[in-house]
Write a protein that binds this ligand. Structure first.
Ligand SMILES: *Cc1c(COP(=O)(O)O)cnc(C)c1O
Length: 365
């Protein structure tokens, strides 16, 4: 049976998301006993002990359905964002929130605008929704071209997606530039501002500079700074009418019991999160200094990752993997000469640096 001919049209040209290589997989492939993964921008320090405790306790109740409205977690997030519970949509990872938003507002004949090197999920979700993606080239290969994105708006435009800081390029748009941009976007267009790395730039952001646009949707996640990637919790903050519509698309229990409890405890432990962010920023600077010294550093990252460029990036990636270090090649983003390296713990970063030095020697030989 030719199932492809039976599938909906958009699925035929859809390629599945390629995640960072799993540690166990590389171990098996290369027969290595120790492997570190610097490929998915995870928090190398693990979750808050309070989150772990909350999850352990919740596990005893996992024969029960979770609160389908996740009142406690949404209430806590509403307070943090100085909004109401009606302004908060939870997702199974912010990835799901992004998918639901795009599916809710963009269908066949509609267009979704994003940067050509924006987070790849925007393109995948757009295609899955049957809508048309409009990828706008970056000006310098890395930074969002906001004027270009404005120029791409037409009557079919329903959604614009911007990650800030951007993954994978690490660039940051200022609040002021974003507001000038938002002022020119028609009010009836949804603007998704994906702030998955917000906690890493929080010290640069003036909280009084609240961004204003009727269709603005802020997406955040517990996967990066909070260290809960495995639990899958993220959320969107927007006008209550927008959230209510997207909520119709949501599965009844999309955020599971352990995720709700773990995220609530993690949110409550701000001190822990902020300390790990500081450690990450400290380690990022060390990695940048090293990469600069060996003339491999590209761009200036505001996330918990750095970029490394070299004509033989693919060989470097293989060399690193042979030495038990998993990088993230950016070829799927059209950046065949660039690798993204997540900032790990001090020990992991040292291991990466040693591996890289050894790989470069091998390539020079
Ligand atoms: C990691 C990431 C996300 C997705 O995170 P979830 O684990 O699904 O919450 C979303 N946007 C960007 C830009 C990311 O890098």
């Amino acid at each position: 049976m030719d199932w492809q001919s039976r599938a909906v049209a958009q699925v035929k040209t859809l390629h599945p998301y390629v995640p960072g290589k799993a540690i166990e997989l590389l171990m098996a492939e290369k027969g290595l006993s120790e492997v570190i993964k610097l490929a998915s921008n995870e928090n190398p320090f693990g979750p808050s002990p309070k989150a772990v405790q909350a999850v352990q306790q919740a596990a005893l109740n996992m024969h029960r359905y979770p609160d389908g409205d996740a009142i406690a977690l949404r209430q806590a997030l509403a307070e943090q964002h100085q909004g109401a519970i009606e302004n908060i949509l939870l997702g199974n990872g912010s990835n799901e929130a992004l998918e639901l938003l795009i599916r809710c507002f963009a269908g066949v004949d509609d267009e979704v605008i994003y940067a050509s090197r924006g987070f790849i999920v925007y393109a995948l979700a757009t295609k899955a929704a049957g809508a048309t993606g409009v990828a706008v080239e970056e000006q310098d290969g890395l930074t969002h071209d906001l004027q270009g994105m404005l120029d791409a708006i037409n009557a079919q435009t329903k959604v614009i997606c911007i990650a800030n800081p951007n993954n994978p390029t690490g660039t940051l748009l200022s609040r002021a530039d974003l507001q000038v941009f938002l002022d020119q976007v028609p009010e009836n267009i949804i603007v998704i501002l994906d702030e998955a790395y917000y906690e890493f730039i929080a010290q640069h952001v003036d909280d009084h500079q609240t961004l204003i646009h009727a269709g603005l949707v802020i997406c955040r996640t517990f996967s990066k700074a909070y260290g809960l990637a495995g639990l899958r919790v993220g959320y969107a903050v927007a006008d209550a009418a927008i959230i209510a519509l997207v909520n119709r698309f949501r599965e009844p229990f999309n955020v599971n019991l352990l995720a709700q409890k773990g995220a609530l405890a993690a949110l409550d432990d701000q001190a822990w999160m902020k300390e790990k962010v500081e450690m990450t920023l400290f380690e990022r600077e060390k990695m940048e200094c090293f990469l600069e010294e060996v003339e491999l550093l590209t761009g200036c990252s505001y996330g918990n990752f750095v970029l490394l460029s070299h004509a033989q990036a693919a060989d470097i990636a293989t060399g690193l993997e042979n030495r038990g270090v998993i990088p993230r090649p950016l070829a799927p983003y059209g950046m065949a000469e660039t690798l993204r390296i997540s900032v790990g713990s001090e020990a992991e970063n040292n291991q990466f640096i040693h591996a890289l030095i050894s790989v470069m020697r091998e390539l020079d030989a």
